[in-house]
Design a protein around this ligand. Structure first.
Ligand code: ZN
Ligand code: ZN
Length: 275
């Protein structure tokens, strides 16, 4: 029987890296694929990991022609993969990109801005895919095959959206680039994650480093574990690892986190979770 699958194509926060002591965890920036048992394709963020997804997609015999992409926010580590996403140039794909609208504009403006000829030689009119941009407000939207996505805005420089992806038979919540208040976790984040089968939550800094980075918009595994417990999520995946940390550092705090929440694992590049 077919299953819903989550695949991590990029798990590193802030910027991509290739240092040899960091490659077990992986060097590409955030991109997570959800592939449903009906072959629906949902992508969470377009970091540099999107290029890995793209290569795999184009090798498939029957890739889904419809792609729904949800962007947490427009910091470069979450959108750089857009620049070279091959399906954009192919007319067999319908690509819907969802993102927040803020004071600087919506999702189309954000992506158009990085296609300025000073930064990149590609322009929108070179794309052959059927491309749609959808500005979303916190709330719920419905996709086909009974899929719905609830989103909520959380604190991060210029704000970021968390996504609760409800499939027919599984709930996957994706919360990244979030700064919780000291000593507690945000109620709306706990609520968004309620009873998730899989909670993907950032753990950018170690608990000992976190106090030095107040206002940077991130947290540690301690807050992620707290959200997992309060929300009664079944499984926790720690994500968006600092590019300054080696595999050893990340593996060590992964073990610490596991002591506090048994069903906890580290997001590593190419990790696949079959639900
Ligand atoms: Zn980020
Ligand atoms: Zn960010």
């Amino acid at each position: 029987m077919k299953k819903n699958i989550i695949k991590f194509w990029g798990v590193r926060g802030s910027y991509s890296i290739t240092d040899s002591d960091k490659l077990e965890v992986g060097g590409d920036t955030p991109c997570v694929e959800i592939r449903t048992k009906d072959n629906d394709l949902i992508i969470l963020d377009m970091g540099t990991g999107l290029n890995n997804l793209s290569s795999a997609l184009l090798k498939e015999k029957n890739p889904p022609s419809n792609i729904d992409i949800f962007l947490s926010h427009y910091h470069l580590d979450h959108i750089l993969g857009f620049l070279s996403f091959a399906p954009l140039f192919m007319d067999k794909f319908k690509i819907n990109i969802y993102g927040k609208k803020d004071a600087s504009g919506g999702v189309e403006k954000a992506l158009n801005d990085i296609l300025d000829e000073r930064y990149w030689p590609v322009t929108f009119d070179m794309f052959n895919a059927d491309l749609t941009f959808i500005d979303i407000k916190p709330g719920r939207i419905h996709l086909k095959n009974g899929i719905s996505i609830e989103s909520n805005l959380h604190p991060h420089p210029n704000g970021a959206l968390g996504f609760r992806v409800e499939l027919k038979d599984n709930v996957i919540t994706y919360i990244t680039d979030v700064e919780h208040p000291i000593g507690k976790t945000l109620r709306k984040v706990n609520h968004l994650a309620r009873e998730s089968d899989v909670l993907i939550h950032e753990a950018h800094f170690t608990p000992s480093d976190l106090p030095n980075y107040k206002g940077w918009g991130h947290c540690s595994w301690e807050e992620a574990v707290s959200v997992a417990k309060i929300s009664k999520s079944k499984q926790l995946v720690l994500f968006h690892h600092s590019p300054t940390y080696s595999d050893d550092v990340i593996n060590e705090f992964g073990e610490d986190a596991k002591e506090h929440f048994g069903n906890c694992m580290l997001a590593k590049q190419n990790l696949e979770i079959i639900l």
